[in-house]
Design a protein around this ligand. Structure first.
Ligand code: TRP
Ligand code: SF4
Length: 409
């Protein structure tokens, strides 16, 4: 039976917060059942932040680390950066030819965002931002994805993706593109600790990368029932943000907590302690997994490449007999010179291990190149391999789309 296909993405906003875990949980869960593509939507970031790209690279890295921490497995799933697979831009252009501007102007997120940014004195009524849903449709359709795990705020875009797919199929008499459906997360929208929408820019978020100290600070700052001034006052859980968190994350003991609050037999400190603990239980395993990717060694990287190779061709002997050792040495030399690193001895050893592993048939020549391109950094390597995996599928779809459109040269 052929697997279903998932594509989903997030804009690289740097540090994700616990509100994102609902979507990430779905991503992680689907990896066995579906062929998964998880994408850093850096082009989508440019639609509004075209004038501010200094942090784009670092934000991408941090977000991917959060994903890995949340259980995204870069062996099972292709993790890649949108702009690195040029076919996204290409399909976006093809689709843009037949999409009426009125569809895009009618999109609720368009008006809403233009107004939001307008309030901050920024005009985002650009050609690119108007096309936001077209770009998103391109992302999804390139992989012929049938299921898209997202947050509720993305539903209008998915609806539009279906319309765009239908229109393409109708115009060019093809059934190339499936109409994808959304998959929503388990948790409802999590409010920020002050009750407003959770957002890094409001400083009311609990970041996935928070230390225990930071989690404590934020849970202590959570708003309780404003009417409950003294410990002896009875409280009303319905207007309490701490309680909202209990409802979302710790819902077994709700009734007793509510009763105790209404009769003033429990203090807000008790609730906050519990919420703190729930957050910690959720974040601790994420921190651990993340650290494995941050503190990785050459052996980790090698193991990763080997797993990927086995996925493609389990029985293949990697030593194809065409070893050109001087080529590898030369590549390594260039790398060493460009890296600006002083620890030549360490690098020399590393270079020898790479050559030995290649000779022993443990990694391929392409792997050697990838390791050098990635500067032996795990996140870089994951993105390079993700780009390869995504690119293969994307170029196949583009070929078919071009054929359907009679673009033959
Ligand atoms: N628009 C999405 C967001 O803001 C990110 C995104 C871009 C996306 N392309 C996608 C999500 C394709 C799902 C599928 O979070
Ligand atoms: Fe909220 Fe708990 Fe305080 Fe009641 S006791 S107001 S539920 S924090």
């Amino acid at each position: 039976m052929s697997k279903g296909i998932i594509l989903s993405g997030m804009r690289p906003t740097g540090r994700l917060h616990i509100g994102h875990l609902s979507v990430l949980e779905n991503w992680a869960k689907m990896q066995d059942e579906y062929k998964c593509y998880f994408m850093v939507a850096d082009l989508h970031s440019l639609t509004t932040k075209f004038d501010d790209t200094v942090n784009l690279h670092e934000d991408t890295r941090q977000m991917v680390l959060d994903w890995l921490g949340a259980g995204i497995d870069p062996v099972k799933s292709a993790v890649f950066v949108q702009s690195s697979v040029k076919e996204h831009a290409e399909l976006h252009l093809y689709l843009s030819m037949n999409i009426p501007i009125s569809w895009l102007e009618r999109c609720p997120t368009y008006k809403d965002q233009v107004a939001q940014f307008g309030k901050q004195g920024k005009d985002i009524t650009t050609y690119g931002f108007l096309g936001y849903p077209v770009l998103m449709a391109s992302d999804i359709l390139l992989y012929l994805s049938d299921t898209v795990p997202v947050g509720e705020d993305q539903l209008p875009h998915l609806e539009m993706t279906r319309e765009i797919a239908r229109r393409f199929n109708f115009l060019y008499k093809t059934d190339l593109f499936p109409e994808p459906k959304a998959l929503l997360g388990r948790f409802p929208l999590v409010p920020g600790v002050d009750g407003r929408k959770m957002s890094k820019s409001y400083g009311n978020d609990i970041a996935i990368s928070s230390t225990s100290e930071e989690v404590k600070k934020r849970t202590n700052a959570m708003i309780t029932d404003p009417g409950r001034v003294r410990r002896e006052d009875v409280g009303n859980p319905e207007v309490c943000i701490v309680h909202k968190y209990q409802e979302i994350y710790n819902n077994q003991m709700l009734e007793s907590v509510q009763k105790a609050c209404r009769s003033a037999s429990r203090g807000c400190v008790d609730c906050k302690k519990e919420v703190y603990q729930v957050m910690e239980d959720m974040l601790e395993p994420i921190r651990k997994r993340k650290a494995e990717y941050q503190n990785s060694t050459y052996n980790n990287l090698k193991e990763y490449l080997q797993k990927l190779n086995n996925l493609e061709e389990p029985s293949k002997n990697r030593q194809d007999g065409s070893l050109d050792e001087s080529l590898v040495t030369e590549k390594f030399d260039i790398f060493w010179r460009n890296s600006g690193r002083k620890d030549k001895e360490v690098l020399k050893k590393l270079g020898q291990s790479v050559i030995d592993d290649y000779k022993a048939g443990l990694i391929t020549l392409n792997d050697v190149q990838s390791l050098l391109d990635a500067k032996f950094d795990y996140v870089n390597l994951i993105m390079i391999k993700g780009k390869e995996r995504a690119g293969k599928v994307a170029s196949e779809t583009i070929k078919n789309a071009r054929a359907a459109m009679n673009l033959r040269f």
